[in-house]
Design a protein around this ligand. Structure first.
Ligand SMILES: CCCCCCCCCCCCCCCC(=O)SCCNC(=O)CCNC(=O)[C@H](O)C(C)(C)COP(=O)(O)OP(=O)(O)OC[C@H]1O[C@@H](n2cnc3c(N)ncnc32)[C@H](O)[C@@H]1OP(=O)(O)O
Length: 205
């Protein structure tokens, strides 16, 4: 049996991952500070635009980046969930994956807030879509999300470690079913059932 493909990339010190971590810290600090930074807003915006200009200057043309970032086909570093080089990724830390299952942990702060003190429901959908997708990849049979049904059992708290799980449930031709949960303090807060469809091979391939 082939080993399951790795769904996480190695943590690197001193590279793009550090820049992404710093950007995450900026986002968190802005949401946390709110009006407290209004008086400095001009200076802060100028400084941040300066940083963005510097990064833009170094960036390759978009079309080139869109190609090279998928060589080899691999989104482990740049996806918006556990991609350590993507500042939008919380990031979810994939902590285990036995028998094709995927488990991860994450603690979410204010940028991810929906109801007061709790996680936005769309963020739960993002985490589960991704983890179910990773479970499919680990199981060796993956596809595009066709349908994702979520049940929100209880509010999901911010600032607490959350456990996310995903597993492939069954495969029926090109249709793949996967399930998953997000739990806080041992209680399931959100559960998901997903249908993934493996795209038809392109003609001639
Ligand atoms: C390929 C992987 C690359 C990996 C590379 C590495 C990436 C690493 C990423 C890590 C993990 C990320 C995980 C996130 C994954 C996304 O976020 S994917 C992005 C969001 N999803 C999309 O954009 C999908 C958009 N939809 C589509 O492209 C097409 O509708 C689909 C889903 C490919 C299906 O199209 P199709 O192949 O033409 O499907 P079709 O032949 O009509 O139907 C096939 C069967 O599925 C059923 N079906 C299709 N759609 C539905 C539906 N919505 N509801 C119910 N049944 C349906 C049909 O009824 C049919 O059933 P049967 O008649 O055979 O029983």
């Amino acid at each position: 049996m082939n080993p399951s493909p790795a769904v996480t990339a190695p943590v690197q010190q001193g590279g793009v991952q550090d820049v992404a971590a710093a950007a995450r810290r900026v986002v968190d600090a802005i949401v946390r500070a709110g009006d407290a930074i209004a008086a400095q807003s001009g200076d802060l915006a100028t400084a941040l635009h300066g940083v963005a200009d510097r990064i833009d200057l170094a960036a390759p043309p978009l079309a080139e980046r869109m190609t090279t970032m998928w060589l080899p086909v691999d989104s482990r570093l740049h996806n918006p969930v556990n991609g350590l080089e993507n500042p939008l990724a919380p990031p979810l830390e994939i902590t285990e994956g036995a028998d094709g299952d995927v488990a991860g942990s994450v603690t979410l702060g204010l940028p991810y807030q929906g109801p007061p003190g709790h996680v936005h429901g769309g963020i739960s959908a993002l985490l589960l879509d991704h983890v179910l997708g990773l479970a499919n990849i680990r199981a060796g049979n993956s596809g595009m999300t066709a349908r994702l049904a979520l049940t929100y059992h209880r509010p999901l708290p911010l600032f607490e470690e959350l456990s996310v799980t995903g597993r492939q449930a069954s495969v029926d031709g090109r249709k793949i079913h996967a399930t998953g949960t997000i739990s806080a303090d041992g209680h399931v807060a959100v559960s998901a059932e997903g249908l993934f469809v493996r795209p038809r091979a392109e003609p001639g391939r």
